[in-house]
Ligand binder design. Sequence first.
Ligand code: M6R
Length: 365
Amino acid sequence: DKANYRHFMAKEIHEQPEVVGHTLARYIDMASERVSLPVKLPFDFKDIQRITITACGTASYAGYVAKYWFERMARLPVEVDVASEFRYRESPLRKGDLAIVISQSGETADTLAALRYAKAEGAHTLAVVNVPTSTIARESETVLQTLAGPEIGVASTKAFTCQLMVLASLAVAAGKARGELSEEDETKLVHGLVEVPRLMADALATELQIEKLAHRIAKSRDVLYLGRGTSFPLALEGALKLREISYIHAEGYAAGELKHGPIALIDETTPVVVIAPNDRVFEKTVSNMQEVAARGGNIILMTDAKGAAEATVDSLVTIVMPDMASAFTPMVYAVPVQLLAYHTAVVMGTDVDQPRNLAKSVTVE
Ligand code: M6R
């Protein structure tokens, strides 16, 4: 049931602080402020030499964000691939490898095939899934469940942010097990995770501003999304979300790749959504924004108050996000990104929950 919302997607976006909170409570022991996984892992992260993450669509972007976290916090090399490529690539896997698959439905054909391949190659397999009775959950060695609850809208929203919460907790656990994070580091990171649901609730307050902006986006033929670091996969996700439900052409790019081609697309008619929390790569993103502004691009900047004050760039609109010190910004910045796609689709009058040509679960190749 849609409660009082017009679409399931709206309901699911608004549910996120709650369901991400439930997921957090399953993976963190609040009393000791430690990560505490609900299952015992059949391997020790100390023995893992490489992680491969495989998934499709939005779930693959969750995997891409997680790559940054695992590499930084656990110093573990991570490869991310879409399942349709991974399954036929015959990537050599070894016993010391961990293959992570991510899926809301747990039934995506390519992701399932990737899981079976990894298993046959002798790698440890771990699935991050939302449906615990699914085929992927049944067939993988370890299952980490997301507690998003049923997701009805074809566009994935709450499943994505819950996947990020599970993966963030797992990356902290890996960092700790490998001796890359001290107890103090872990406590700090756990504090960062614990505040995410509240920050997501604060981020929902951008909705009115985004609703207005959607009227402008709805008139565009193309929209670009830029981000660096963990905001890069979120830019890919923002573009996918917009294409999927509003049918407006959108692309996401790593901000630093701009000058290697995509900058040729910038003109006065193309809105450029820049996802730029004031993090360690913020200044670099600001210089990319300046390049966009110099070519007449219309910037929609998503940043925090400090970022807004420091960004010496004329933006069309600045969406001021809550301050956060941790590396877990993608969960919070996912909110305005999803809202922008949602309200644009509403203005366009498309079938938001069941966009044309798409199925909720892709069980055929
Ligand atoms: O059920 P899964 O998470 O395996 O589905 C993967 C993709 O099909 C899915 O995320 C798709 O990209 C969404 N419609 C995106 O909103």
